[in-house]
Design a protein around this ligand. Sequence first.
Ligand code: MG
Length: 382
Amino acid sequence: MIIKNLITHVISAPLEQPFYFSQGYVYRRSSVIVEVIGEDGTSGFGECMCHGQQSPFLASSFVENCYKEEVIGKDSLDVEVIWETLYNKARPFGQQGIAMNALSGIDIALWDLNGKQLKQPISRLIGGRFREKLAAYATGFYRLDGKKYPETSVEDALKFKEEGFTAMKLKVGFTPEKDIEYIRSIRKAVGPDVRLMVDFNACYSQAVARRIILELVPENIYFYEEILTPEDMEGYKALRNLTASYMAAGEEIFGKIEINNWLKNGALDIYQPDVSSAGGITECKKMAAIAQAYNTAIMPHAWGSGVSLAASLQFISSLPYTPMSFCPSELFLEFDRSSHPFRKELINDGIRYENGYIYVPDAPGLGIEVDRDILEKYKVVK
Ligand SMILES: [Mg+2]
């Protein structure tokens, strides 16, 4: 369908109580929602995910000032042609970071429009579904002023377990000594059967990371996420085969060329692209094919609103097992449980979660309805 217009909705809301992680405080949750409007008036929606300390005006400016004029007038079915055109246009001034983040939201919106035009969920247009539901792991455990740790997190972990989660990801990175004590306390509380992952948000050196990983061997950590900075690929390589725990990263790795570099160098066990930041559905499918060639698991990062979560669900349902077998290793999807004023409301709570599983929506496109009242309610202007 010919694209008649592209609108960038910048939405943001302050948190009632700011939380903090290893890089500082998060005061707001924000998203850039990209809307492409076809010639018959149908809209497709996509999202540029905003990290906790990322202004939404970065991606919106890139969409508006670099990409928008290249999209209007094009046929939305030429989604890969549009992707390559935009990627090439940004070559002299950025093909990573915010450039890919902005491109991702447009790409998802085009796929949503195509799905609506063809009356199929996106997953059916990108190869079909290997699964109708996904095991979810709970992400939460951000820190709040005035609370005691690890006590507060032990309570949260037990609550998640009660809700049916069999896997959860802790947020750490507050000195090695405190991290080790904290992780041990939670393992003791939830018992040996819960899959524990830990996310450091890129805060340690290789030497510190090695000490933490070795001391935590008895706690049977499933994966270590971003224990080092993404610039330190050599460090990841050195840590990867230190213990049986997996090394994971990806929310700061963009595009197929970068992931090929990481996997060729044997630096990761689990790759965590964010479909609304790493390059959209078009690029993430290619990145997934590269990961498959290295038999590397993909467990997407998902920290945006319901639009981004819906895109992740359509994408991940289309990923083959690596490798196929009678009892293959199941993929997990990140299910963000941290404070967010409009994550669910933006899509009218349109994604079903039950007993540890999230269900892939069946309706055309992303399979969700974006609530325009919520877009208006949280709209911000600069
Ligand atoms: Mg992370």
